[in-house]
Design a protein around this ligand. Structure first.
Ligand SMILES: [Zn+2]
Length: 171
């Protein structure tokens, strides 16, 4: 959760004023029709901020939940002491938000339980697609089996690219 206080109505009024002044400088011919081209009111500034914060909070909660889930997997491999040492490290050293929490436990899962990390990889659905370009997933480290060298797909792709190369040379 964000602990930065919300803008006061006075600050919102100043923000709106500044925006409207810039708008008038940019479009001097429309300076008397600012509300048509997007003038801000203090209410709009506050409403936008509330909406933006709600979005950030929801995203932080999702990351927090992912971190909790990853931590519970790591917990299956470590002693209680080792786990609480990691909790203490996180609390003392890293910023306290969902994004850091999720990333911290993702790194620990890769370290202590690589096969579980490969199952929980956020790109697990794309592994087959990655296999055409990479031998290892850059996120979870899983070895990717690529299309066999004698597959019809690969032959077709190669034929296609050599035709294209030939066409380019011909020009
Ligand atoms: Zn992966």
């Amino acid at each position: 959760m964000s602990d930065i206080p919300l803008r006061t109505p006075e600050q919102a009024a100043k923000t709106a004023e500044r925006h409207n002044r810039k708008l008038a400088q940019r479009f001097p011919l429309l300076a008397d029709q600012l509300d048509v081209i997007g003038a801000w009111t203090p209410e709009k500034v506050l409403e936008d901020e509330r909406r933006w914060r709600a979005k950030m909070d929801a995203s932080d909660r999702r990351a927090q939940e992912r971190g909790d889930m990853l931590r519970s997997l790591v917990a299956q491999r470590l002693t209680d002491d080792a786990l609480s040492a990691l909790d203490i490290y996180f609390r003392q050293v890293l910023p306290q938000n969902g994004g850091y929490w999720a990333d911290f436990w993702w790194q620990k899962l890769k370290l202590y339980c690589p096969e579980m990390a490969q199952q929980k990889c956020p790109w697990v659905e794309q592994h087959d697609a990655f296999a055409k370009y990479e031998s290892v997933c850059r996120t979870c480290g899983r070895r990717l089996t690529s299309v066999p060298a004698d597959s019809p797909e690969l032959a077709a792709a190669e034929a296609d690219s050599s035709t294209r190369r030939a066409a380019e040379h011909g020009r």
